[in-house]
Structure formats: C-alpha cells, structure tokens
Design a protein around this ligand. Structure first.
Ligand code: NAP
Length: 299
C-alpha cells in the first residue's frame, strides 16, 4: 500500500511527488508516456522565477532527477480507472492494481491539433499552442492565431502588444468568445481578422515561414513567423470522470486547496478548473495538493 499515488508525471505531478516524499511518505508516480507532460515541448521557458532561459526538456529532467534521487518511484503505466473504497483507493492499470491512502490526479490536458501536414514538424519552430509561453520570441514580427473562442481572442490581444501584426484566422464569421473580448479585439488596430477561412498548408523548410489559407474557394498565402493554434484543449479526464466532479468543459472542480469532491483524492495542474494554466501554477498546485494529501493521511 502506498501513501500517495500521483497520476501524471508533468510539472504538477512531479512537484507533488517532491513535496510528498519530503514529508516522508511512500510515493508512486504513474505516467502513461514519458515524464515531463506538455512542458517537454517548450523550447525555451523564460517566465519561471529564477530561470531566465531553460528548455522544457531540461526543466522536466531536472525535476525528474530531483524526485528519483529522493527515492520517488515512477512507473510507466497507463492508468485506466480509479476506485474510491471504504479504507483506501485503488488505481488500476492494464496489468496491475495499486493501492493508496490518497491519490493526486495530475493528468493535464492535450492541445487540440489542426491535424495538418507539418504541424508536428514545426512545433517550437513557428508552431505554438501557448502565446503566454512563446509570444515574446516573436517581438515585432508578424504572427497568426487560429481559433474563435476565448483563448484565441485572448492570445491575439496578448500578442498584439508584442508583435507587429497579428492575423486572427477563424473558420466562421462569428466568434464564440465573450462579447467583451470581441469588443476589445475590434478596438486593436494591429489585429487583422481573416474570417471564413481555414488553414490549408504550413510552409517552410527548417521553420514555418508562411501559411496557405483557404477562403471562398481561393487560396491566399500569409507570410508569418509563427502560428499560435488556439482551437481548444482536451482535458485528460477519461479515467476518472465517472467519479470525480468535472465542470462543463471537462476540468476537475476543486476548492482552493486542490480537494476534489472525494475525500483523499486531490487534483493538481492543468486538469484542474482554473483561470491560468502555466508552469508556475502547475508546480504551485502540486505543492498544495501534496501538502493536503499528507494532512489527510496523517489525520
Ligand atoms: P473553445 O471555446 O472550444 O473554442 C475553440 C475555437 O476553435 C472555436 O472557435 C472553434 O471554432 C475553433 N476550432 C475548433 N476546432 C477547429 C479546427 N479543427 N480548425 C479550426 N478551428 C477550430 O476553446 P477555448 O477558446 O480554448 O476555450 C475553452 C473553454 O475555456 C471555453 O469554454 C472558454 O470560454 C473557456 N475560457 C475562458 C476564458 C475566460 O473566461 N477568460 C479564457 C480562455 C478559455 P467554432 O467556433 O467554429 O466551433
């Protein structure tokens, strides 16, 4: 029986493991793929306190080394379900059943992708899914944002303060974003709207240099240094959505101390309902969730 099982080895899960292990608990981290989560794809992090520049890979590897040197056990296995029993919790993978006194869910989100040619090839070389993370690399450049929801509009507005021209490309002529954001967007002169348009092709050799837009049966090419894809996130909630309360968008509802609706099950990181999904908020959640899990066990 473990004290705490953490599901997900991204920054939130690994920070939770750090805090739980330092509180002398027996900790297991279960991760379906590699450690690191989404941050592993970030070329350069420059908004984490004390780190002027660090790659996502280096950040995740340092954290991974820090927790494994402390003795945290990490197993690469995909969790398929969790159960809340009277005296303990059960975590089921395809081949094993693990038991714990408490669980921290840190499964994160996945970016919804356009699923067009070269999208994966240009990630970190012009393609980004996070303007707050990568916008400053494109100071005074021309960039594109695709999407018509709150995230796309917020990203376009954010980038308009950094970049020369921001093209906002949307597949319809109506945004689904809140009116207040639409009004703000319309008041900014360096945001150009490209409506009723879909992205047909991503061009470039080593990095993205232009995109082909299909609109009114006509292809136009926009020269751009970056394309920020903001067409939604996919919360990774499959394994627990039947027992844990989630909001209308699929994120876990919690109180400010990362407690879910089930005592002894905590949440940390991007899978949690919150307003800012960043590395710094993920690690903060991890510390909080672990501290609360330790308190729960000790009681
Ligand atoms: P979203 O609301 O689901 O919007 C996704 C947008 O991407 C939609 O405009 C959609 O177009 C477009 N889209 C989806 N798939 C596409 C594809 N394959 N190709 C081109 N366009 C595609 O996602 P979100 O903006 O990330 O927001 C997620 C949730 O968080 C929303 O409920 C949002 O309100 C909330 N949120 C709130 C705030 C805030 O309150 N400040 C900030 C960010 C997000 P269609 O419109 O044509 O479907």
């Amino acid at each position: 029986m473990y004290d705490i099982i953490i599901i997900g080895a991204g920054p939130a899960g690994m920070t939770a493991a750090l805090y739980a292990k330092r509180a002398n608990k027996k900790v297991l981290v279960l991760e379906a793929l590699n450690y690191g989560g989404q941050i592993i794809n970030t070329v350069d992090i420059e908004n984490y306190p004390t780190q002027e520049h660090i790659s996502g890979y280096d950040f995740a590897t340092k954290l991974y080394n820090q927790i494994t040197e402390l003795g945290v056990e990490i197993i690469e296995e995909k969790v398929i379900s969790i159960e809340n029993l009277k005296d303990y919790k059960k975590v089921n993978t395809k081949n094993n059943i693990y038991k714990a006194k408490a669980i921290i869910i840190a499964t994160g989100t996945d970016n919804r992708k356009l699923n067009i040619e070269n999208e994966d090839k240009f990630i970190g070389k012009g393609i980004s899914y996070c303007a707050t993370c990568d916008g400053s690399f494109y100071k005074n450049k021309n960039v594109c944002v695709v999407g018509g929801g709150n995230t796309a509009l917020e990203e376009a507005i954010y980038l308009s303060n950094i970049c020369n021209t921001v093209y906002l490309i949307h597949r319809r002529d109506k945004f689904r974003a809140d009116q207040i954001l639409i009004d703000k967007l319309n008041s900014i002169s360096n945001i150009k709207l490209v409506l009723n348009a879909t992205i047909n092709k991503l061009n470039g050799n080593e990095k993205l240099d232009s995109i082909d837009i299909l609109s009114n049966n006509k292809i136009d090419t926009i020269s751009t240094d970056a394309l920020f894809i903001a067409i939604g996130k996919i919360p990774m909630n499959d394994i627990f959505k039947d027992i844990i309360e989630i909001d209308e968008y699929g994120y876990i509802v919690s109180d400010k101390l990362c407690h879910t609706n089930i005592p002894g099950i905590f949440v940390a990181g991007d899978i949690r309902e919150k307003s800012l999904r960043q590395l710094v908020t993920a690690t903060s959640d991890g510390a909080l969730a672990a501290t609360e899990a330790v308190k729960y066990i000790n009681q």
